[in-house]
Ligand binder design. Structure first.
Ligand SMILES: [Mg+2]
Length: 181
């Protein structure tokens, strides 16, 4: 498994207030259980390379929180090897986000702390967070020139949903402030 500077292919989709995982301000995140997505969040889709910046952010989070890796990608061998390489635990379950059943792969003691889902997709990570009552931190996606067309289409649709939700939230906030004044 390579430890490589992947900034060259770490082109990112940038939505409003969304930063790549490696630039996340991890300092305020403490005493929480974090479920960290893999594909598109810390690596390009289906890849294993971890950039030094991503590695630093993971270590910073893991110093003050319990961090689990989890991916909807059914490559258990890659996922477990990555978790071992990073010194993290992997949620071993046949279920996939956004199913609440994913939590069945975690010990109860880690479910009682504040839970944070970090990922790149609103339709899986964001919906999963919403369904389990967790906080969702959406990060700018790690892309690769070798991403398959189907994966790019899924990214496009997810970006559209995220954009629409952001616009709806802005309209809702604008209406709320008009009511106050
Ligand atoms: Mg992802």
């Amino acid at each position: 498994m390579k430890l490589a500077a992947s900034r060259s292919h770490a082109a990112v989709h940038a939505g409003p207030r969304v930063v790549p995982f490696e630039f996340l301000d991890t300092q305020p995140i403490i005493a929480s259980t974090i479920i960290l997505d893999i594909d598109g969040t810390i690596t390009p889709d289906a890849k294993s390379e971890i950039s030094p910046g991503v590695l630093g952010a993971i270590q910073s989070l893991a110093n003050r929180n319990k961090v689990y890796l989890f991916s909807n990608h059914q490559n258990g061998v890659r996922n477990r090897a990555l978790a071992q390489r990073l010194g993290l635990e992997y949620i071993d379950t046949p279920h996939r986000k956004p199913s609440r059943k994913v939590l069945g792969g975690m010990p109860m003691c880690h479910k009682t702390r504040p839970m944070i889902i970090i990922g790149d997709k609103i339709l899986t990570d964001g919906l999963f967070a919403s369904r389990i009552g967790a906080r969702f931190i959406r990060v700018a996606r790690v892309l690769s020139s070798s991403d398959p067309k189907l994966v790019r289409l899924a990214y496009f649709l997810d970006n559209m949903i995220a954009y629409l939700l952001t616009k709806l939230r802005e309209i809702s906030h604008r209406d709320d402030s008009l009511e106050v004044t």
